[in-house]
Design a protein around this ligand. Structure first.
Ligand code: ADP
Length: 398
């Protein structure tokens, strides 16, 4: 079965085509600047040259039509016919309390995703456009949805509620949901498999550190706490997001600076984090600047590492123990420096990093702690698309 995986944003759309026979990727690509007359489609067919097209793509339906055209293109294609695509899986950011697992798209499921627009106003409407665009191009192909929040639905009530009037939870479902769930689930399972231990008996902290970043406490294979909250703003300091701060800062800054709700939200989501402190939102740039003696970059890095380390310690406490720490995503997989600094300060837990292993670059899961370390520290490349393809395949097979 060939499964097309789609991650639709408001003005972009990423795709990967899987052959589930061997879980190989036949093609991948993305459409950027949807809505403009200079939209860019980048198509990477496996084993063939990359294609880049600039053209007018005003909506997601047109974007999908162009992608499908390339997938069966004589020269750049990888399929004989569009009919070879037997299922489509979508990433959906917010599943609220309605979705504890992935689901086949039905009118009821679409209705529920729409009901959740309120909780994820930037993401869910875009995912819905993706679903509808596939419907209009491939009306007979079953679709599935895989939620970033689903893995965290196992959190207990005392963990997911905020200590604010309960009416806000009852009326508006204000609570912690958590995100990056697909990634936290995947890397925790990969880590247990790598170590040859039953995940049911393990306490793992998974650190998904990309532009967005979150830490999860995975106990017995279940998410018991995670650093992101009702939205992906809570928790760690990120590329452009503040993460945790005193909630009183918000009304205070709004008053002092005469900011609207939209402005303060934009400040916290797009102009905070590494960017606010160093002027750079990208960790690679921050590290390069730090190497060249930039004091603000150094400060930003130190704040970032400190906040990450605090969460790892907090989750060791939350689980009353820790067997493994897993680093994943852009920064987690690539920044040996962040891993080294973080682990250096976790020696009280018995963490001992192997400096040479920490420098190894690889696309495979690997251990970076010493044989003596009380806690295994691993780098596990994440693969959210593969999880979406697998879930879609399983659901459609049924
Ligand atoms: P997203 O959250 O958008 O999926 P990624 O997981 O791709 O992001 O992570 C992007 C981040 O990873 C960027 O901040 C980038 O600078 C960082 N990154 C990538 N390679 C390195 C590297 N070698 N060293 C440090 N940071 C890196």
């Amino acid at each position: 079965m060939k499964v097309l995986v789609i991650n639709a944003g408001s003005s972009s759309l990423k795709y990967q085509l899987y052959d589930m026979k061997d879980e190989s990727v036949l093609a991948a690509g993305r459409v950027e600047r949807i809505g403009m007359d200079t939209a860019i489609l980048t198509h990477e067919p496996t084993g063939k040259a990359e294609v880049r097209e600039v053209s007018e793509i005003l909506d997601h339906t047109t974007a999908i039509r162009k992608v499908l055209g390339l997938l069966v293109h004589k020269e750049h294609g990888v399929l004989d016919s569009i009919a070879d695509i037997e299922a489509v899986g979508h990433r959906v950011v917010h599943g609220g309390e309605s979705f504890r697992e992935s689901a086949i798209v039905t009118p009821e499921v679409k209705q529920e995703i729409k009901r959740l627009f309120d909780l994820a106003p930037l993401h869910n409407p875009a995912h819905m456009m993706g679903i509808q665009a596939v419907e209009s191009n491939l009306p007979d192909v079953p679709q599935a949805v895989v939620f970033d929040t689903a893995f965290h639905q196992t959190m207990d009530r005392n963990v997911y509620l905020y200590p604010i009037p309960l009416a806000l939870y009852r009326r508006h479902k204000i609570r912690k949901y958590g995100f990056h769930g697909t990634s936290h689930m995947y890397v925790s399972r990969q880590a247990a498999a790598f170590l040859g231990r039953p995940i049911e008996e393990m306490k793992i902290v998974t650190c998904h550190i990309g532009n967005g970043a979150s830490v999860t406490a995975v106990k017995g294979g279940r998410s018991v706490d995670t650093s992101m909250g009702m939205t992906p703003l809570e928790g760690l300091m990120m590329g452009t997001r503040s993460g945790d701060l005193d909630p009183a800062v918000v009304p205070f800054a709004m008053g002092k600076e005469d900011l609207t709700i939209g402005e303060v939200s934009s400040m916290l989501n797009k102009h905070s984090g590494l960017l606010a402190i160093s002027g750079m939102g990208d960790m690679r740039e921050v590290q390069d600047a730090m190497e060249n003696g930039d004091a603000n970059a150094k400060l930003a890095f130190e704040m970032y590492e400190y906040r990450l380390r605090k969460y790892i310690g907090a989750y060791a406490a939350a689980m009353n123990g820790l067997d493994a720490i897993v680093f994943t995503a852009g920064v987690g997989e690539n920044s040996w420096l962040l891993r080294a600094r973080t682990c250096l300060n976790l020696s009280y837990l018995g963490v001992e990093l192997d400096p040479e292993a920490n420098l190894v670059r690889s696309k495979e899961a690997r251990r970076i702690s010493t044989a003596n370390s009380k806690i295994d520290v691993l780098v596990v490349p994440t693969n959210e698309e593969l999880v979406i393809a697998r879930d879609t395949y399983e659901l459609v097979k049924k």
